[in-house]
Design a protein around this ligand. Structure first.
Ligand code: F6P
Length: 341
């Protein structure tokens, strides 16, 4: 059996750990051969490959990014894309694919499976918004990076009596904001699931200033105010139709400064959250996902994704994983709200 492996979408810490585990388990227990496809779905579409043997995966467990490269290529938008992938797989003697990605990459995997391609998915995204898995790898690392950054920003905010607005990633789901904001004791946490009231945000910030403790507002990049409250800029769209975000933190800082008369600065953590070495939690989760993905291939459980449910690794249908996003439930946000103000 020859298995192709690809990583698609935004990179995240732990991708290499999955690749390594998939290859090591496949070679050791089943005698499989592997082919690395470069840059997400672009690899199988264009037949762009790299060797993926024992030597290629040596030493990559703690490395951030992905040795395979990544892209947001949407092959469903390319004429004849599915047939080209099938032809390239046949030409290379690749029997099955392990696709490591988020909702977009796995959405394509699901459609390919509908067209007869043997594919198993592995859930990846720092956003933790994939349905049917309790956690995706990369999220824990991102939360740790954001938490450390917020801790550091606290001390400078204190010294200068400033409000600091920290913008973290999270386009549709506020998991990173929720967890890092809770872990670092944010003054208020703003997430896409709950349009915010700028009057309430201002009141929280002012109450923090009154106690001589500098306010830190943690805002997810996809958070937005209640209708009609503030104008926001919109950005370009990618191949999956997602707007390139960024800007809510700066916009909030301006508004808060105007309303409170106190200096307010914004910090966008951006891709720092996705970079560098994975946490121990993410290395273990990624490794377990890789091992289980190749087991799913061996058992011919195609059209499935490996998922963390409690402490067990389960298999779920790719459609269950990609039909809807896992957003922050109201009760989780209510737990965080206890500490606002
Ligand atoms: O999907 C993960 C993610 O990091 C999102 O949180 C973010 O909105 C997006 O990717 C950014 O994508 P890019 O790096 O392509 O701008």
């Amino acid at each position: 059996m020859r298995v192709g492996v690809l990583t698609g979408g935004g990179d995240c810490p732990g991708l290499n750990a999955v690749i390594r585990a998939t290859v090591r388990k496949g070679i050791k227990d089943y005698g499989y051969e592997f082919v690395g496809f470069r840059d997400g779905w672009r690899g199988p579409l264009e037949g762009d490959t790299m060797p993926l043997d024992r030597a290629a995966v040596s030493g990559i467990l703690p490395r951030g990014g992905t040795i395979l490269g990544s892209s947001r290529t949407n092959l469903m938008k390319i004429d004849g894309g599915v047939e080209r992938v099938k032809d390239n797989m046949a030409g290379l003697g690749v029997d099955a694919l392990v696709a490591i990605g988020g909702e977009d990459t796995l959405g394509v995997a699901r459609q390919l499976h509908d067209h007869g391609v043997k594919v198993v998915g592995v859930p990846k995204t720092i956003d933790n918004d994939l349905n049917a898995t309790d956690y995706t790898f990369g999220f824990d690392t991102a939360v740790n990076i954001a938490t450390e950054a917020i801790d550091r920003l606290h001390t400078t905010a204190e010294s200068h009596h400033r409000a600091l607005i920290v913008e973290v990633m999270g386009r549709h789901a506020g998991w990173i904001a929720l967890h890092s904001g809770m872990a670092a004791g944010a003054n208020v946490i703003l997430i896409p699931e709950h349009p915010f009231d700028i009057d309430d945000v201002t009141a929280h910030v002012e109450s923090r200033f009154k106690t001589n403790y500098a306010p830190i507002v943690v805002v997810a990049e996809g958070a937005h105010p209640k209708e009609g409250q503030m104008e926001l800029a919109t950005g370009d769209k990618d191949a999956f139709g997602h707007v390139r975000l960024g800007g809510i933190g700066q916009r909030l800082a301006e508004e808060i400064e105007t309303r409170t008369g106190k200096e307010s600065r914004s910090v966008v953590l951006g891709h720092v959250q996705r970079g560098g070495t994975p946490s121990a939690f993410d290395r273990v989760l990624a490794t377990r996902f890789g091992v289980n993905a190749i087991e799913a291939v061996h058992n011919e459980e195609f059209g499935t994704m490996v998922a963390l449910q409690g402490t067990e690794i389960a298999r779920v249908g790719l459609s269950a994983a990609t039909d809807k996003l896992k957003t922050v439930p109201d009760e989780r946000y209510a737990e965080a709200e206890v500490f606002f103000g």
